[in-house]
Design a protein around this ligand. Structure first.
Ligand code: HEC
Ligand code: HEC
Ligand code: HEC
Ligand code: HEC
Ligand code: HEC
Ligand code: HEC
Ligand code: HEC
Ligand code: HEC
Ligand code: HEC
Length: 406
């Protein structure tokens, strides 16, 4: 007896033994009697509750308690990954079946147009199939935090293949995309701060047909969240210039995945990367830096005076509000840099700077006035003291004189 047929025999006997109670308890399918661990796996799934059971996906005879007959006819083990997308699509591309759940029916059609779907259609089982992203026995709603495609988990789901150097080398695909994404401000906001406003892999690539966005689309994808920045970029010369030069818009400065903020002091050298050291454009970049830094200085100075005035204490509610307004104008300067227009950056920073210097002026005057009042008070104090002493002295003298004469 081979070990395989031994396993079959043992499982079959176990199946018959186990099935009696569960059948009696009303379990619909005998499959779970021989495959109890798989039955347990399906319990939390969205499918089981809607009557999608073993035979819906695998076929076979749900009532048989013998291996040969249970796995009869239309039975599919689905161990061949190439078959499973079409199996899921039996229901998920069927309007009548999906309508009650208000689910779209385009996943398979989109999937077939993707690199994943193309590879699978061409007989390559290494690309993603539906179950790589959704699981198979424990398929959950996409909004379920335990779903592998939930925004908190999808990075790890894609990383399973896209961070696998050996696998990616076969396709000449960059295996560092995941590590780079993880280092980005987006991953920090999404994964560390748990703020789902930041993009995961599928926000930029799509879910069922993930494709790298091409030149001409990147500004739209980034701009779907960064609207003001995109608008300024479209208003300036760079959008057309970059399309003409085949440069990937936003990504040509910010990179694809390791997206972060630049230091304000880096701007000149960033411009010089494309336009050359000492170029007119690099000089323009340096002017942006100067405008931002001098504006920041004004606001820092104003902030310092507010703290000083609070200690006195003076009422500075109004100044705090205006300082906040000044800071908001400064943040407007960053989207405006994307228009590479000195005028635009100058306009918003000027408003911010003038708020900063107004606050400074007003607080200096009020603090000065208090200093002046204090000095005056000291002056009067000494003056009156002197007068008092002189008066007393005069009185003493007068008294002495009186004594002499009497
Ligand atoms: C009497 C016990 C028994 C019943 C009932 C039974 N199976 Fe199996 N099943 C087995 C055994 C034993 C194997 C392992 C056979 C093998 O290794 O080829 C197996 C293998 C499988 C496999 C995996 C094939 C592979 O190559 O890994 C699937 C899928 C499967 N069964 C599904 C079902 C479904 C669906 C039902 C119900 C319609 C069912 N089974 C009913 C005993 C059973
Ligand atoms: C929503 C469809 C679906 C349902 C429902 C489903 N399966 Fe599967 N099953 C799959 C797919 C797809 C695979 C292959 C997964 C892979 O390896 O990529 C699979 C694999 C298996 C395997 C072999 C691999 C393993 O995990 O052991 C067994 C055995 C199996 N299923 C049994 C069952 C049984 C028993 C049930 C019911 C309790 C069931 N399945 C319900 C889709 C389903
Ligand atoms: C590369 C990963 C990936 C693959 C492969 C994949 N999906 Fe998805 N799927 C997702 C993501 C991410 C979402 C959630 C975002 C969305 O709704 O588009 C999703 C959502 C869904 C939804 C819910 C749709 C909705 O609007 O609520 C269904 C149903 C679905 N997928 C079925 C499938 C089927 C069927 C296949 C195979 C033909 C498949 N998926 C292949 C990643 C994938
Ligand atoms: C027999 C029909 C059937 C098959 C086969 C099937 N599904 Fe489903 N699926 C459903 C139904 C019905 C629902 C709706 C359940 C609900 O919303 O309560 C569903 C829901 C889903 C959802 C959750 C969608 C959401 O609301 O977020 C995903 C994901 C999903 N299926 C993926 C798959 C995958 C992957 C496969 C193949 C491994 C598959 N399905 C096979 C019928 C099926
Ligand atoms: C099971 C492994 C696997 C998983 C999981 C997977 N992929 Fe892929 N992916 C591949 C393979 C293999 C290819 C290459 C297919 C080819 O070119 O033939 C590929 C191709 C791609 C491409 C096209 C790359 C190019 O240079 O054109 C993108 C984009 C992509 N995947 C994104 C994703 C995203 C996003 C996820 C997660 C939601 C994901 N993939 C999950 C295996 C996987
Ligand atoms: C903020 C948007 C964004 C996010 C988030 C993002 N990507 Fe990308 N991805 C891009 C852009 C842009 C490109 C490059 C397009 C180009 O250069 O033409 C790209 C390219 C790719 C490529 C192709 C690389 C190659 O060598 O051909 C893969 C694969 C990929 N991304 C996978 C992922 C995965 C996996 C994640 C999540 C860990 C992810 N991306 C997150 C925007 C994004
Ligand atoms: C799904 C929405 C979304 C998409 C798409 C998106 N981002 Fe973001 N991005 C965010 C969020 C949210 C933050 C965090 C902002 C914050 O904390 O103020 C952010 C932060 C940034 C930052 C740092 C700004 C800061 O204030 O720290 C840069 C630079 C950036 N994104 C560039 C890009 C680029 C380039 C693309 C396209 C390749 C892109 N983003 C696509 C939502 C998005
Ligand atoms: C010519 C290079 C360049 C290009 C192209 C570019 N940026 Fe920027 N980006 C910068 C510089 C310089 C800054 C200012 C320094 C900083 O704060 O990071 C910046 C800052 C940002 C910020 C943070 C500040 C803010 O605006 O809130 C975001 C977000 C951003 N860029 C998104 C984008 C998007 C979206 C695109 C495409 C529409 C894009 N960038 C194209 C150079 C560029
Ligand atoms: C990724 C490359 C790249 C970067 C980085 C870059 N530019 Fe450009 N820029 C171009 C291209 C290409 C053109 C089209 C004209 C040309 O080739 O000079 C252009 C044109 C311009 C123009 C309009 C026409 C002209 O020649 O004066 C200005 C202004 C400009 N850039 C300013 C800047 C500033 C300021 C920075 C830094 C914030 C910067 N650029 C960073 C690629 C870049």
């Amino acid at each position: 007896m081979t070990s395989r047929s031994l396993r079959i025999l043992v499982l079959s006997l176990a199946g018959i033994a186990c099935s009696l109670p569960s059948f009696a308890a009303g379990a619909k399918e005998a499959c779970g009697s021989c495959h109890p661990e798989n039955r347990v796996e399906t319990e939390p799934s969205v499918h089981l509750a809607e009557g999608v059971t073993c035979v819906s996906c695998h076929g076979g005879d749900p009532e048989s308690l013998r291996v040969e007959t249970a796995h009869r006819g239309d039975f599919r083990p689905l161990t061949n990954r190439l078959q499973s997308p079409a199996m899921c699509a039996q229901c998920h591309s069927d309007l009548a079946k999906m309508r009650p759940y208000n689910l779209p029916i385009d996943q398979y059609a989109i999937y077939l147009t993707s690199q994943h779907g193309n590879a699978v259609s061409a007989g390559d089982p290494r690309a993603a199939v539906c179950s790589d992203c959704h699981g198979f026995h424990d398929v959950r709603k996409t909004t379920d935090p335990l779903n592998p495609v939930h925004s908190a988990n999808v990075t790890a789901t894609c990383a399973g293949c896209h961070a696998d150097r050996g696998l990616m080398a076969k396709y000449d695909i960059d295996p560092d995309v995941v590590a780079e994404y993880r280092s980005s401000v987006h991953a920090r906001v999404l994964l560390d701060e748990r703020n789902s406003a930041a993009p995961d892999c599928t926000s930029c690539h799509g879910s069922h047909g993930p494709t790298p966005p091409g030149v001409g689309d990147i500004d739209k994808i980034c701009g779907s969240c960064h609207t003001k920045t995109r608008q300024a970029f479209l208003d300036g010369p760079h959008n057309q210039a970059m399309l003409d030069a085949g440069l990937p818009e936003c990504a040509s400065c910010h990179s694809n995945h390791a997206i972060r903020r630049f230091e304000v002091a880096e701007i000149e050298s960033l411009c010089a990367d494309c336009h050359g050291e000492g170029s007119e454009q690099a000089a323009l970049g340096a002017k942006f830096t100067n405008l931002i830094e001098s504006t920041r200085e004004e606001l820092v100075e104003a902030d310092g005076l507010i703290t000083q005035a609070q200690r006195v204490p003076l009422n500075v509610e109004d100044h705090i509000g205006r300082l906040e307004e000044g800071r908001t104008f400064l943040t407007e300067a960053f989207p405006q840099i994307h228009s590479v227009s000195l005028d635009a950056v100058e306009r918003v920073t000027r408003r911010s700077r003038s708020i900063g210097s107004e606050i400074q002026h007003e607080l200096y005057t009020r603090l000065d006035r208090r200093v002046a009042h204090a000095t005056l008070a000291v002056f009067w104090f000494y003056l009156l003291m002197t007068v008092a002493i002189l008066w007393r002295y005069r009185q003493k003298l007068a008294a002495a004189k009186n004594e002499e004469t009497t």
